[in-house]
Write a protein that binds this ligand. Structure first.
Ligand SMILES: [Zn+2]
Length: 392
């Protein structure tokens, strides 16, 4: 069975246009209302039309993941996962009106992530039409809240899905991505003593304390991270990305807070990342006993992805890409995805693979090449068939 050229572009365009036209801005973002609710209903209807009974997994209020399983004649199960939420419609004019130009479909979510969602749904249809059950069971998981806190995939993980591999649809230009960075975000606060600026001797300047904190991060942490560069994905990084402190110009500031974004590479453990920071801060406290420095609990601690290229899901994904598109290499990316949560927490080997270019996501000019969406559907269907043919 080879699915090359079996996807009908007019049907793909209709499906993706429907999805783009349904507003599903994450409610945490400007303009977000009911979030993914209407898209979830559309996905459920699509599944019902294929005689797949959808299940709703409540995540946040009425916002629910939609799950549906296409059964094959084999025991193995694959998860096809894509998210239903989008970023804000601003600054894209007419973001909910899909437009087609030069083989591209424009609109909010056209690339991130409705192209992947459409291709995964369409892959189920291709499998039903052409594969006669000779494929893995496919658990389609359309999830909520990827753009903000990933609560959709966490709920999916908690339901303990039984699967031997997962494909997470995100814009990778149809390159199978087996590695990506993780991220730990946290704040550091310094506390001083407020005083009239005419009496500096009575105060303790929290901003001056923070200067020293930032300096030790740059001088002690940054060089260590550069030394940890991996050829496939580069070095881990640290960035002080916000700073707030001080009340008004004639008061010695009694508090200063920075936010830090620390990107991890495969092999780094989040607890150790924080321990390394704490050790450096401890040294500073010893040198400067009047400083009050607090490292707060992380606001976000996500994992890196590092699925071995020899893993069955990785080999199968690459083989499916080659059957549909020709020679294919694995990729590694800097951004995070739901794949690392499925890998790390549910122990399901995962690959990120989807149509579109991440550089187009979240922009005022978001689009996806229609041919890529059609090929993605073919690749996903192919993958579900190849997965049951390969040795473990
Ligand atoms: Zn996305």
């Amino acid at each position: 069975m080879n699915f090359k050229n079996l996807a009908r572009e007019n049907e793909i365009v209709a499906l993706l246009s429907d999805l783009v036209a349904i507003e599903s801005v994450n409610p945490e973002y400007q303009g977000g209302q009911r979030g993914e609710v209407a898209v979830a209903e559309y996905v459920a209807d699509f599944l019902r039309a294929l005689n797949i009974e959808p299940a709703f997994q409540n995540v946040i209020g009425e916002r629910a993941n939609v799950l549906g399983t296409l059964r094959g004649a084999h025991d193995a199960t694959l998860i096809f996962e894509a998210h239903m939420d989008t970023v804000t419609l601003e600054p894209m004019p007419d973001a909910l009106t899909p437009k087609i130009r030069d083989g591209k479909l424009y609109g909010r979510g056209a690339c991130d992530d409705k192209a992947s969602l459409a291709a995964m749904l369409y892959a189920l249809k291709l499998l039903q039409e052409h594969a006669a059950g000779e494929h893995a069971n496919v658990l389609l998981a359309a999830v909520v809240d990827e753009e903000v806190a990933c609560r959709g995939v966490y709920a999916l993980v908690q339901s303990k899905p039984n699967a031997q591999g997962a494909i997470v649809g995100e814009p990778t230009n149809l390159m199978p991505v087996n590695a990506h960075k993780g991220v730990v975000r946290f704040r550091i606060r310094t506390r001083g003593v407020a005083a009239h600026t005419a009496h500096l001797e009575q105060g303790n300047n929290a901003i001056y304390q923070m200067m020293q904190v930032i300096r030790v991060l740059r001088e002690n942490i940054e060089p260590r991270l550069s030394a940890r560069a991996l050829s496939k994905i580069g070095a881990p990084t640290i960035c002080v990305s916000t700073i707030h402190g001080g009340l008004q110009v004639n008061i010695v500031p009694d508090e200063c807070v920075i936010e830090i974004d620390r990107r991890t590479v495969p092999g780094e453990i989040n607890e150790n990342v924080l321990r390394e920071i704490d050790a450096v801060l401890d040294d500073l406290r010893k040198r400067e006993p009047s400083f009050v420095i607090e490292r707060l609990a992380p606001d976000l601690a996500d994992y890196a992805l590092d699925t071995p290229r020899g893993a069955k899901i990785a080999r199968t994904a690459r083989a499916a890409c080659e059957m549909i598109r020709g020679a294919t290499e694995f990729g590694a990316v800097g951004y995070g995805t739901d794949a690392s949560k499925l890998s790390e927490l549910a122990h399901i080997p995962s690959i990120v693979l989807g149509p579109g270019d991440i550089a187009r996501a979240h922009t005022a000019n978001e689009f996806v090449e229609i041919e890529q969406v059609a090929q993605a559907a073919e690749i996903y269907a192919q993958l579900a068939c190849e997965f049951v043919k390969r040795e473990t």
